[in-house]
Design a protein around this ligand. Structure first.
Ligand SMILES: [Zn+2]
Length: 377
């Protein structure tokens, strides 16, 4: 008689040690609460609701979880409020790289809208210089700590403002210093991506990369415009693509034209499950379409969006999905490879990380898992 000693499919420590790839994370959504307080003191920012780091972290999370994208975005007033000097931006960027590396992230693309840091007169180039210097410093510190990370920047334009062409030019200008793409973010309703066609065309003509926040708070038309008018290579969230998938009485799924296009052309979906629940895009994690889309073989990736506001790390987010949907290491590796293949890093660099870091890392964890669950005869 064979007896199998069951091991839980989810061990948080294993998820944490697994090599992970993050494509959708906001620099101004991932500050340490203690850093927000320090920077407020240093820069004379007086509007924080509390000066206790624990209470402040809780305040951000409660503020985020109000089922509205517009309300979710309110917490950024304070993080952006303290990111108005080069020193503050460099510190936030360095800590971002260190925190992600400590969580086992081996490659990350972190985005920010530099126009938000010009409230006290800093110019866009100064913001970029500080941001990229911070990434270099943080990556060097992570390497020295034995947890190397490759970290790149995505430059975001705010969809409700009118500076997207200038911001697109900025993204291209810094492409050899660590910027890998361009994005638009902010409130979706009333601000369709096609308002920024000139910016997207500038990016395309420069042979550069575009991802667009679409299909989060707003439905299929936003996704369609992002892909077919604006040439997005990836979709930020894209969660509403499920509106174009139907199920018949026998349980079979049928894809509409847009969903079929997204799957056929392997458009990566930068899914951020907890953030989607907080903004009300999805009612609960159990109802999140990430698992359905995975089973239908869409190019699904899992991301944090805003680690401070949503109170998550990439490990916690993957562990939550593993617990909810029964993912094991094989599914986590699939999601990680999807993300690495979908990154805006050069093909050669992607291959190096896939073959040199990600696959060996998962092989080792799978071997350890197999050794820890022997079949006794
Ligand atoms: Zn986002």
């Amino acid at each position: 008689m064979a007896v199998t000693i069951a091991v839980p499919s989810v061990d948080p420590m294993v998820v944490r040690r697994a090599p992970k790839v993050l494509l959708h994370d906001h620099l101004d959504g991932g500050l340490r609460p203690s850093t927000v307080i320090d920077l407020a003191h240093q820069t004379g920012y007086a509007d924080l609701p509390t000066e206790d780091p624990e209470q402040l972290g809780a305040w951000f999370r409660q503020g985020a979880d109000r089922k509205s994208l517009e309300l979710y975005l309110e917490g950024f007033r304070h993080t952006v409020g303290v990111m108005q000097t080069p020193g503050a931006i460099e510190r936030v960027a360095a800590e971002c790289a260190e925190d992600l590396a400590a969580d086992g992230v081996v490659y990350a693309e972190v985005r920010y809208a530099p126009e938000l840091s010009t409230q006290q007169g800093m110019d866009l180039d100064a913001v970029m210089a500080a941001w990229l210097a911070g990434f270099r410093r943080g990556a060097a510190a992570a390497e020295a700590a034995g947890q190397p990370i490759v970290i790149r920047a995505i430059v975001t334009a705010m969809r409700q403002f009118a500076r997207s062409v200038e911001i697109a030019e900025l993204a291209v200008k810094y492409r050899d210093e660590g910027v890998v793409g361009f994005d638009i973010a902010g409130p979706e309703a009333g601000f369709p991506p096609s308002r920024h066609l000139d910016a997207f065309q500038l990016i395309h003509r420069a042979d550069f990369h575009v991802t667009i926040h679409a299909g989060e708070a707003f439905g299929l038309p936003s996704i369609w415009e992002a892909l077919q008018w604006c040439g997005a290579e990836r979709l930020g969230h894209g969660v509403r693509i499920v509106d174009d998938i139907s199920q018949d009485a026998q349980g079979r799924y049928t894809l509409g034209r847009l969903a079929a296009f997204v799957r056929d052309t392997r458009v990566p979906l930068e899914m951020c499950p907890t953030s989607n629940v907080h903004t009300g895009a999805v009612a609960s994690i159990a109802e999140h379409p990430v698992d359905l889309l995975r089973r239908l073989r869409f190019r699904v990736t899992v991301n944090t969006d805003n680690r401070l506001m949503s109170g998550v790390t990439l490990s916690s987010e993957l562990e939550l999905l593993a617990r909810t949907f029964g993912f094991g290491l094989a599914e986590l590796q699939w999601l990680t490879l999807n993300a690495m293949k979908s990154s805006f890093l050069s093909f050669d660099e992607r291959l190096l990380l896939i073959n040199g870091v990600i696959k060996p890392g998962y092989s080792q964890l799978m071997a350890q898992e197999a050794a820890a669950s022997p079949t006794l005869v």
